[in-house]
Design a protein around this ligand. Structure first.
Ligand code: NAP
Length: 280
């Protein structure tokens, strides 16, 4: 089969990359949409990354996902959109008129998951975001784009929260980590972007009882799926959005860019990935 007649294929480039759920997600969509195509994992060490990206098309790929440790470096090797630039990292590559473009789909993964799980969440005038790492940047970009007026940002290392406030502007207000509990009664939306609560990490110590009635709670951590934060929020009757939902929603755009059809995040897909995560 020549390159022209070969079915389109995308890949995930990472180092290490073996434990990614992305193949499971994209194979499900290829199968259920009846598209002939492929999605494979490419474990590429840092010293081979640039060459791999330059030869992406020659290797027969129509695009790629990029993960740790290459997400920042790929910006300089592609044409990043506003989201990738603001977040400072890209996770999705595709070709447009022969040019390699990049974006960060964590932004829409986060927002679309909130829309699906807690419609009307944006009525929250004040949000409290915990953490100032890579995923926090995508969350801040999404919240500001959707018009949330005030985003309080608490991080263990205060300087990192200050740096993000400097970058994202006046609607982001840094708050000391040990003062975050005072902010809870005002937070209509609470977002955990730290790794606290993740399998093998310390718990996130926080009293959801102090959140206002009708608050929405979302956790980016998805191992375990049901984090202590989400479980406590649900017990209080609050709406929640989990990290797996974000993971599934962030994959939609890449698939559409590579294979030409916008796929849906279905309960069947969620069950398949959930079953895989539960093996951990
Ligand atoms: P990251 O860039 O390494 O940032 C980690 C954040 O956690 C930093 O703000 C860090 O604070 C904070 N942190 C770590 N240990 C802490 C502790 N003991 N006490 C207080 N804060 C602590 O990581 P990331 O890429 O943003 O990812 C964070 C989490 O989100 C991970 O669990 C990841 O799996 C998840 N995630 C999920 C999705 C999804 O699609 N659901 C997407 C991206 C990320 P310092 O600045 O003080 O170190």
């Amino acid at each position: 089969m020549t390159r022209a007649t070969r079915p389109p294929a995308a890949c995930l480039i990472g180092w290490p990359a073996a434990h990614s759920r992305s193949p499971l997600i994209h194979h499900y969509w290829l199968r259920t949409l009846g598209i002939e195509g492929g999605y494979v994992i490419e474990a590429v060490p840092p010293d081979e990354f640039q060459d791999f990206v330059f030869r992406l098309s020659l290797r027969g790929f129509v695009g790629a996902n990029v993960t740790i440790p290459h997400k920042e470096r790929v910006l300089a090797l592609s044409k990043p959109d506003d989201r990738a630039r603001a977040v400072g990292a890209a996770n999705t590559l595709w070709f447009e008129n022969g040019e390699l473009c990049s974006t960060n789909t964590d932004v829409e993964g986060f927002i679309n998951n909130l829309d699906a799980c807690a419609p009307g969440w944006e009525r929250a005038e004040e949000a409290l975001v915990l953490g100032a790492g890579g995923s926090a940047r995508a969350v801040l970009f999404g919240l500001i784009e959707r018009g949330v007026k005030r985003v309080h940002l608490a991080n263990r290392t205060g300087e990192r929260a200050q740096a993000l406030a400097d970058q994202f502007g006046a609607s982001v207000l840094p708050v000391a980590w040990d003062a975050l509990s005072e902010l809870l009664p005002r937070a209509g939306l609470l977002v955990n972007t730290t790794s606290l609560g993740m399998h093998g990490q310390p718990a996130l110590e926080l009293d959801v009882g102090r959140l206002p009635q009708g608050a929405v709670v979302t956790d980016l951590v998805y191992v375990p799926l049901d984090t202590p934060l989400l479980s406590a929020a649900r017990q209080r009757g609050l709406q929640t959005a989990d990290g797996l939902g974000m993971l599934l929603h962030q994959a939609v755009r890449g698939f559409e860019l590579w294979f030409g059809k916008r796929p849906e995040v279905t309960s069947e897909l969620r069950a398949i990935v959930e079953a895989d995560l539960n093996k951990v």
